[in-house]
Write a protein that binds this ligand. Structure first.
Ligand code: G4P
Length: 284
């Protein structure tokens, strides 16, 4: 099945993001640390081009720490200010206001030069669905902010949340859609929970995952499913994992759908271990 990419939705999201950005000093771009490229929308560079930007690699608790370090260097070499965080537990969140203020230094200096009293720096969180935007906003606000889309038909007035003395955050994030430039991007997005798995071919995505895990995380795979050797053939891998996990149908045949579900769940929840599905310089 080919994933649809809706240019109309993209254009609308871009318009809305551009509208929000007008009153913003600093853009906080949120990506998934496990797939920092696939979870970005290329339009962000266009949308945020005139604003200082902080890039947050979220869900770092689920990503391979070594690979996350490589991503930090990669984005820093491209001129970004980067921070890896775990918004669910709150790790790294405290550093955000400091970095936002640092990014806004030229603006603060300009205000001072004009004899103005520097005001709080206004920030906006931008990112694709499910990347953790609301979780970050709630962490920064220290309370639960209603999510847009929580109440159908209700449009929420935007408000500023005070974060410390020097920063204000818009309480509604900017939402951008991921761009499915190829099937692999779609699989990565589904595997990390950014898009519903119903819109991709579930079995194809599982084969993609198994092929990837065999190549890059074979030890973790063996450990999790108690396998002494990993078969070369993907079908045999399904069989081996299915038997170990009791995913069987009548007649003792392995139920491939259940094996796929187990693999998907174990990857998404981090039960398989901390893993990244993308590495700088190699889209894998
Ligand atoms: P969004 O606003 O960008 O759409 O994303 P949201 O904050 O709703 O987060 C999407 C899911 O990702 C939530 O899980 C949230 O708990 C989880 N999440 C956010 N940040 C992190 C993180 O740093 N690490 C991990 N492991 N998870 C994170 P959910 O399944 O929708 O809900 P629940 O698990 O919290 O019940």
């Amino acid at each position: 099945m080919t994933i649809q990419w809706f240019p109309g939705h993209m254009a609308k999201a871009k318009r809305q993001a551009l509208e929000k950005i007008k009153i913003i000093d600093v853009v906080i771009e949120l990506v998934d640390a496990r797939i920092p490229l696939s979870s970005r929308n290329p339009m962000i560079d266009d949308i945020a081009k005139n604003k200082p930007r902080l890039m947050l690699l979220n869900k770092a608790d689920l990503a391979d720490p070594e690979v996350t370090e490589q991503w930090i260097s990669y984005f820093e070499s491209k001129g970004f200010m980067v921070l890896s965080i775990d918004a669910q537990k709150g790790t790294g969140i405290k550093k955000i206001p400091q970095l936002v203020t640092k990014l806004a230094e030229p603006l603060i200096n300009k205000m001072k030069a004009k004899g103005m009293n520097p005001r709080a720096i206004r920030a906006l969180i931008l990112g694709i669905p499910n990347v953790g935007k609301s979780t970050v906003i709630n962490r920064l606000a220290n309370r639960k902010i209603a999510k847009i889309g929580d109440k159908p038909g209700v449009t929420k007035a935007q408000q500023w949340i005070k974060v410390g003395k020097t920063m204000e955050l818009l309480d509604t994030p900017g939402i951008l859609w991921p761009k499915f430039e190829d099937q692999a991007v779609g699989y990565r997005l589904a595997l990390t929970g950014a898009i519903k798995e119903e819109i991709i071919d579930f079995q194809d995505a599982t084969v993609f995952l198994l092929t990837f895990l065999r190549e890059h995380y074979s030890e973790k795979l063996k450990e999790r499913y108690n396998l002494t050797v990993l078969p070369d053939d993907i079908g045999e891998m399904y069989d081996a994992i299915g038997r170990k996990r009791g995913c069987l149908m009548g007649g003792g045949l392995v139920d491939y759908d259940r094996v796929a579900e187990v693999l998907f769940r174990d990857f998404r929840s981090g039960t398989l271990g901390r893993m990244s599905l993308e590495v700088p310089g190699n889209r894998r």
